[in-house]
Ligand binder design. Structure first.
Ligand SMILES: O=C(O)CCC(=O)C(=O)O
Length: 240
């Protein structure tokens, strides 16, 4: 899939790009079926149900899965889908190397995730995330929320997140002037975002709608690791 110059420019300037219909509806449905069955099998390596201080958060019953591609060939196939790799290639100007896969279930009532930069976790440049909606994703279900242009802020300090709304304990210190944008997405739509783009989400406020998403992270074949500045990596907060 060839991106237009305008799409590449949007990614460069805003730090993210929405590509609608990257996967068709049937594939999004197959993903839901596949991962719901996998979740029902029981715990998987690296599961995270979030901080324990909100015991009623249904995320504890549907923890997010990580790195399924390491032990599930079907996940690896979806993460190495030709159009997805082609788009990543054009956005990072390098051959993509799959770094991480995740599945967020976000059941009705589930907490969101405090806004953060992915390079607070994965210290490689370049880094790109791809967030694929499996359900309709809007404000009510706690859609992906980004701060346009925040990839130009550099690496921001980390701070403790408000775990009454975030299932993870760490978030970024958000500059006062930053304004957030919620991204409406349909099943199969994909959001590509830079490793420095501030993003996260709020609680799923519905009683009956899920917000499942398949998430992949890629680095480039020529990517380099960097040493995070003091105070800008999640491990710095945990040890302080
Ligand atoms: O889905 C969310 O709430 C946040 C996802 C996220 O942080 C990511 O895709 O890197």
């Amino acid at each position: 899939m060839l991106l237009t110059g305008q799409q590449r420019n949007t990614y460069r300037e805003s730090g993210y790009l929405l590509v609608t219909g990257l996967f068709d509806n049937k594939t999004a449905e197959r993903m839901i079926d596949h991962y719901m069955k996998m979740r029902a099998e029981g715990p998987k390596p690296g599961d995270s149900g979030g901080t324990p201080d909100d015991p009623d958060d249904p995320t504890h019953k549907y923890p997010r899965m990580i790195n399924m591609h390491r032990w599930d060939g079907t996940t690896d196939g979806w993460a190495q889908q030709a159009d997805m790799l082609a788009i990543v290639n054009q956005l990072i100007d390098d051959t993509p190397v799959l770094q991480q896969t995740m599945l967020y279930f976000k059941p009705p009532g589930g907490r969101g995730q405090g806004l953060h930069q992915d390079q607070q976790y994965i210290t490689t440049e370049p880094l790109i995330g791809v967030w694929i909606a499996l359900d309709e994703s809007d404000k009510a279900v706690g859609q992906m929320t980004v701060i346009p242009g925040s990839h130009k802020f550099g690496h921001l300090p980390v701070q403790a997140a408000d775990t009454s709304v975030s299932f993870t304990p760490v978030q970024s210190v958000i500059p006062a002037e930053a304004s957030k944008e919620g991204i409406n997405m349909k099943p199969g739509d994909a959001l590509f975002f830079d490793g420095k783009t501030l993003h996260g989400s709020y609680r799923n406020t519905t009683k009956d709608r899920w917000r499942r998403s398949f998430i992949c992270h890629y680095i480039g074949e020529h990517a380099v690791n960097f040493e995070p500045e003091q105070g800008t990596h999640v491990s710095h907060l945990r040890s302080s």
